[in-house]
Design a protein around this ligand. Structure first.
Ligand code: HBI
Ligand code: FE
Length: 275
């Protein structure tokens, strides 16, 4: 269904960014690049190099796509903002990541609700350079197309939310962030790892798909995977059709709730001080 009229992509128009807009990118990039080592998954740090292009400032999507294509066969295309679910899934299923081409204003460095180019590119693209995560994103897109036909997007969207956007991963060195919503945010990186208030719960596909989430504040629960391979594997092994049928008969779980079978990580086993 992707053609020029319906795929929602627009030219990035890189030449139109002002020096002030490039400076906003550079400020945010420098701040996160300094914060993240020891707090983000190693795969993300490895992938960050893909964003260091020939020109400073906001990445040129053509140059970025050329590099990403060589790494994992993904491309980055510009869109004006959020696109309809079916359009979003079609892009992911074909290894195209759509990114907002606008950048936040200088007074919004710490928070904005619409995904801008910093969130979309800094947050999402580094892991798209990882072959396992790249496959997970494509599998999500294909799964989304299927969920769309089964009326189950509400359930599946929670999987994206609690992994791609707000996921944590347990490593031998301690807890690390990998979700784009966290990794592109200075304050949520610190909150997700160190604040005593949120729940940190071992990844469970079915549990996540029942869990509400909030879009207007830090998360009240984070789900912790063991590795990207385990995440991809859990997704590929699951027969989502019967799962959606079962979920339709179960009540939602509140964003801040702990339920009977949760494996809750105690703070002691979470992040190591050593960074
Ligand atoms: N559109 N541009 C953009 N970026 C997203 O992350 C996005 C979207 N449309 C729908 C969507 N995400 C989610 O609601 C789906 O995962 C369900
Ligand atoms: Fe995002």
């Amino acid at each position: 269904m992707t053609d020029k009229a319906t795929d929602w992509t627009i030219p990035q128009n890189w030449a139109a960014y002002t020096p002030a807009q490039h400076a906003t990118w550079d400020t945010l990039f420098a701040r996160q690049a300094k914060l993240l080592p020891g707090r983000v998954a190693d795969e993300f740090i490895t992938g960050l190099d893909i964003l260091r292009l020939s020109k400073p400032g906001i990445p040129d999507f053509d140059e970025l796509s050329e590099r990403l294509m060589k790494a994992t066969g993904w491309q980055v295309l510009a869109v004006p903002g959020l696109v309809p679910d079916d359009v979003f899934f079609d892009h992911l299923a074909n290894r195209r990541f759509v990114a907002g081409n606008f950048i936040r204003r200088p007074d919004q460095l710490d928070y904005l609700q619409e995904p801008d180019v910093f969130h979309d590119v800094f947050g999402h693209v580094p892991l798209l350079a990882n072959t396992v995560f790249a496959d997970y994103m494509q599998a999500y897109g294909i799964g989304g197309q299927r969920a769309n036909g089964l009326g189950a997007i509400r359930n599946l969207a929670r999987l994206y939310w609690y992994t791609v956007e707000f996921g944590l991963v347990q490593t031998a060195q301690g807890l690390r962030v990998y979700g784009a919503g966290i990794a592109s945010s200075y304050s949520e990186t610190l909150f997700a790892l160190d604040d005593p208030s949120p729940n940190r719960i071992a990844f469970d596909l079915r549990r996540i798909m029942r869990t509400c989430y909030r879009i207007d504040d830090f998360q009240q629960s984070y789900f912790v995977i063991d590795s990207f391979a385990a995440l991809l594997d859990a997704t590929l092994r699951t027969d989502f059709g019967p799962l959606y049928d079962a979920l339709a008969t179960q009540h939602d779980i509140a964003a801040d709730a702990i339920v009977a079978d949760d494996r809750v990580l105690s703070r002691g086993t979470q992040s190591h001080v050593q960074r």
